[in-house]
Design a protein around this ligand. Structure first.
Ligand code: ADP
Ligand code: ZN
Length: 214
C-alpha cells in the first residue's frame, strides 16, 4: 500500500507509521527523521534545516521535496511506503502528485490521525525520543520499561529540542496554517481516511488499521 499519514505534530504519526511498516512490510519514510539524521551528521542539508526546525517552522519546500523524490525512487518503495511528515504544505502535495504520476503509481490512502490541540500539548511535553535509534516514548502514555533509557538500545532517552513548550505552540500554529489545508485537498481527491487518536498506542493502532481496512 502507498499511504500518506497526516496529523498534527505529536498526533502519533511516527509511532503508527512504525506499526504500519511492520504489519505491511513496507518502508517508513519520515522527513523529520531524515532531517534529524542530517543534523546529527552535520551535513549541508542538516545545517540548513536545523534553524527552521529548532524554531518550530517548516523547512523550505525546495530543500524538502528532492529528498522525498530520491527516497521514493529507491527500489524498496516498489511494494509500497508510508510517508510520515510529508507532504506538509499544499505545494508539497502537488509536487508529490506529480512525482507519483511520473512513476505511474497512485496513493491508496491518506490517513488523518485526529487529535485535539489540548491533547497534543500534553503529549508533546511528555514525549521522549531515543537519539540513537529514533524510538519514541511518552512519560505517561508509553513509558520506557526502565526509566530514562530506550527499550530497544538502552541509550538514555531525551526530549527533542523542538518539543520544548514554546516551540510546541509554534509547531501547532504552523500545522494549522500550512498543513491542515491538506485535509480538504485529500478529501476532494477521494483519498482521505480518518482515525481518531486514542490515549493508548495500541488502541490508536487498531483504529488506524481499521480505517485502512487492513
Ligand atoms: P512532528 O510531526 O512531531 O512535528 P517531525 O519529526 O515530522 O515531527 O518533523 C520535525 C520538524 O522537521 C518539523 O517541525 C519541520 O521543521 C521539519 N519537517 C519535517 N517534515 C517536513 C516537511 N515535509 N516540510 C517542511 N519541514 C518539515
Ligand atoms: Zn534506542
Amino acid at each position: 500500500m502507498k499511504i500518506v499519514l497526516l496529523g498534527a505534530p505529536g498526533a502519533g504519526k511516527g509511532t503508527q507509521a512504525k506499526a504500519l511498516s511492520e504489519k505491511l512490510s513496507i518502508p517508513h519514510i519520515s522527513t523529520g527523521d531524515i532531517f534529524r539524521a542530517n543534523i546529527k551528521g552535520n551535513t549541508p542539508l542538516g545545517i540548513k534545516a536545523k534553524g527552521y526546525i529548532d524554531k518550530g517552522e517548516l523547512v523550505p519546500d525546495e530543500l524538502t521535496v528532492e529528498i522525498v523524490k530520491d527516497r521514493l525512487a529507491n527500489p524498496d518503495c516498489e511494494k509500497g511506503f508510508i510517508l510520515d511528515g510529508f507532504p506538509r504544505t499544499i505545494p508539497q502535495a502537488e509536487y508529490l502528485d506529480k512525482v507519483l504520476n511520473n512513476m505511474k503509481i497512485d496513493l491508496d490512502a491518506t490517513l488523518l490521525i485526529n487529535v485535539d490541540d489540548k491533547d497534543i500539548i500534553e503529549r508533546m511535553s511528555g514525549r521522549r525520543t531515543c537519539p540513537n535509534c529514533g524510538a519514541s516514548y511518552h512519560v505517561v502514555f508509553n513509558p520506557t520499561k526502565v526509566e530514562g533509557v530506550c527499550d530497544v538500545c538502552s541509550t538514555p532517552v531525551i526530549q527533542r529540542p523542538d518539543d520544548a513548550a514554546e516551540t510546541v505552540l509554534n509547531r501547532l500554529e504552523t500545522y494549522h496554517k500550512q498543513t491542515q489545508p491538506l485535509i480538504s485537498y485529500y478529501e476532494k481527491a477521494g483519498k482521505l481516511k480518518v482515525a481518531q487518536g486514542a490515549d493508548e498506542v495500541d488502541e490508536t493502532t487498531a483504529r488506524v488499521f481499521k480505517a485502512l481496512g487492513i
